[in-house]
Design a protein around this ligand. Sequence first.
Ligand SMILES: Nc1ncnc2c1ncn2[C@@H]1O[C@H](COP(=O)(O)OP(=O)(O)OP(=O)(O)O)[C@@H](O)[C@H]1O
Ligand SMILES: [Mg+2]
Length: 364
Amino acid sequence: MIISDDNNKNIKNKGASNDAPKCKSQDLEAKEVDFDKTYEKNIRPKTFEEYIGQSALRDTLKITIEASKKRNVPLDHLLFYGPPGLGKTTLAGVIANEIGVNIKITSAPSLERPRDIIGILMSLKGGEILFIDEIHRLNKVAEEILYPAMEDFFIDLTTGKSQSVKTMRVPVPKFTLIGATTKAGALSGPLRDRFGIIHRLEFYTIDELAQVIKRSAKILNIKIDDEGAKEIASRSRATPRIANRLIKRSADYALVKFDGKIITKQIAKEALDSLCIDNLGLVTTDRALLELIINNYDGGPVGVETLSVALGEDVRTIEDVYEPFLLQKGLIARTNRGRRATKLAYKHLGIRYTEQNGQMGLFD
Ligand SMILES: Nc1ncnc2c1ncn2[C@@H]1O[C@H](COP(=O)(O)OP(=O)(O)OP(=O)(O)O)[C@@H](O)[C@H]1O
Ligand SMILES: [Mg+2]
């Protein structure tokens, strides 16, 4: 999914962002920063100490880990949910590292056949962590194999065909399952009930993101002042993955356009303006989505399917990637008839709001 100016082509543009400069495309969905695996690997926190924010969750986990060590039993199964890029996978790695056990990482779509999930369960060693990403996409058969494995550490294997079919109960090593999902609501009840701890990851504050940015700047070997870090943090959609991407972009910009020694507020601002990331952290598609609701549907409500067609983005991307932050910022509201732009959205785009139709002409 690439976000580009082309996304605006079928949208009536009355908003003030018309005069926004032409932007390079931004890919909010990409999981790796500039596809640079080394940078990605280096910046990923490995200990609780390095893992910034999510303090309530960290405290809970520290106690749970301590208790399981004292009882000498594996950690309870954990489910982490929340929007992309908030640190679910990273946290699973931190937990494994803090306990000192191996982690096997997989994702639900790659566990299509029964033998995929059986194979991975049988290959685990005692105490190891199994991490299943996008766990809401697990199919029914895989889920049913997982239930007894999670609860009592055995699986039922069937051999033979039709009348001669036999079921064998096979033990699996005691393990901890960590599931991650952007859609907790899509998980089946029985699966959800088998997790001991279910926790939502929160969006990050500007101060927390500034810490993430300073840490990554150090790894990139570039200086950044407090104001520069704050500027990038405030445009990072409350998400560390985006903060890491934007510090990298700002470092590149500083290197090419300036002497590259330090990122100041001014340099960060120029770098991010050139990417059409506005002062709230909205990208072209966010603004296109808001303008669509305001200009074409009188502020809404409008169904997500309609938005999807008009923007050329699939429903899942709109729901998982764009909406959580727009909701968190109070720019849109969800009603049972669809999405509505809030007064704040009008204000942000510079469009005047009236009670009758939600909008009228330009703001000032
Ligand atoms: N608490 C944190 N402190 C510092 N950096 C973090 C933190 N959480 C995440 N990051 C950084 O953000 C990046 C994205 O995190 P991660 O891949 O864990 O997100 P995720 O929630 O698993 O996303 P997705 O839902 O897309 O799989 C990581 O590369 C990591 O470097
Ligand atoms: Mg992940």
